[in-house]
Ligand binder design. Structure first.
Ligand code: SF4
Length: 381
């Protein structure tokens, strides 16, 4: 599809509303060779020294990931952002909601930079604060008030702020079981958003039957549910998903097992319930890494998560184990991919010149309750 200039203006306006003013990569950073970028990023990193820390999510491309002082999933990187108060800048090589959380958890004098502000997350975009307000009001109209809102880390700051204000919490795939337990200790029902699959897979692993879960569709009046369905539910799942992890299928697992009878399949809990049931194991990115590294030498694994992590596991993170991607091709998160070495080079060299580009700032009116929800998350292990 050819995107015309009017559509681009609309897109740019949409991006501005969603993620703040984005400063595009200057032309002089285009067409620079990988070798030159590596030399220049290393030099800028060395010149900036202790003034900054670089955080890299596991789904980042290698040319960026190798410069990370800390790598991890969103839970681990949020903890680092909260602990490393000794730097002026946090360069977050990840996506927008992660940088927002870092801004909230870091010290007031620290500035968080996302090298490309267009690095968003389609799942996070599936839950908007006004839709959540409507959902909450409609639940009240149904007489359903003993509800704890739990939002996945992969959501915008205003969604997290809502959860903090309404007695809820943020969770990640690393602490989802403990967080759902926390929620049910405080309310009869949990409203879980935006990822229905993480919510369903986690609750099912805790013994909650599928018929005690319903899916709330924000595009439908009353979520598209009957009052008796909501009343009977223990878990209300927002109709959102990850466009990367839902590409994995049961058919892929079956085909792989035919070709590789020894293979063990491990998938991320953002995959569908059917895929998680068909796999041998599931877990957060940190769990996937740990399980494969701790497996017997000679083991063969097929992994259902983003391709950059799978490739890194295959090449260097799990010596002696064979690691394959579940779908045979690899699922790429295109928004994670937006953070390029060119962007990283630009923001670092600009800092040396005293210019700050693509800073992520959570508005003051959202900061307090977002912090409350994130602090609750960090206290739940
Ligand atoms: S992998 Fe899915 S949930 Fe994670 S950043 Fe990409 S689109 Fe969002």
């Amino acid at each position: 599809m050819v995107v015309g200039s009017t559509q681009l203006e609309v897109l740019n306006e949409y991006e501005r509303q969603q993620i703040g003013e984005r400063q595009p990569l200057p032309e002089r950073y285009l067409g620079v060779s990988d070798e030159e970028l590596e030399v220049r990023i290393s030099a800028a990193r060395a010149a900036l020294g202790d003034r900054l820390v670089i955080l890299g999510h596991h789904y980042q491309r290698d040319e960026v990931f190798k410069f990370a002082d800390y790598s991890g999933d969103s839970f681990k990187l949020a903890k680092v952002a909260a602990e490393r108060s000794d730097t002026e800048f946090i360069i977050f090589c990840g996506v927008h909601f992660m940088a927002e959380s870092a801004d909230v958890l870091s010290a007031p004098y620290q500035r968080v930079i996302l090298p490309d502000l267009a690095a968003g997350c389609s799942m996070a975009d599936m839950a908007a604060a006004d839709e959540l307000e409507v959902c909450w009001r409609e639940l009240e109209e149904l007489g359903v008030t003993d509800v704890v809102p739990v939002t996945y880390m992969n959501s915008a700051a205003d969604i997290k702020a809502f959860c903090g204000r309404e007695g809820g919490v943020v969770c990640t795939s690393s602490n989802a079981v403990a967080t759902l337990r926390w929620g049910w200790e405080r309310g009869e029902k949990i409203l879980f958003l935006p990822d229905q699959h993480l919510g369903r897979n986690t609750a099912y692993s805790m013994g909650v039957p599928l018929d005690k879960m319903v899916v709330w569709d924000p595009q439908q009046p009353m979520g598209g549910l009957r009052p008796d369905e909501v009343a009977a539910a223990k878990l209300i799942l927002w109709k959102g998903h990850c466009s990367v992890h839902t590409k994995f299928s049961v058919a892929q697992i079956e085909q792989l097992r035919l070709a590789e009878p020894e293979v063990r399949v491990i998938v991320h809990p953002e995959c569908t319930w059917e895929v998680v049931q068909a796999a041998d194991a599931s877990g957060s990115t940190e769990t996937i890494i740990q399980r494969i590294r701790e497996s017997a030498v000679g083991s063969v694994w097929a992994v259902g998560t983003e391709i950059h992590l799978v490739n890194r596991l295959a090449k260097e993170m799990a010596p002696g184990r064979t690691v394959l991607t579940l779908d045979g091709l690899g699922c790429l998160c295109s928004t994670m991919f937006r953070v390029s070495p060119n962007h990283l080079c630009w923001v670092l060299e600009s800092l040396i010149e005293g210019e700050v580009h693509n800073q992520v700032v959570v508005p003051d009116d959202q900061k307090h309750w977002t912090r409350v929800a994130l602090d609750r998350m960090l206290s739940i292990q």
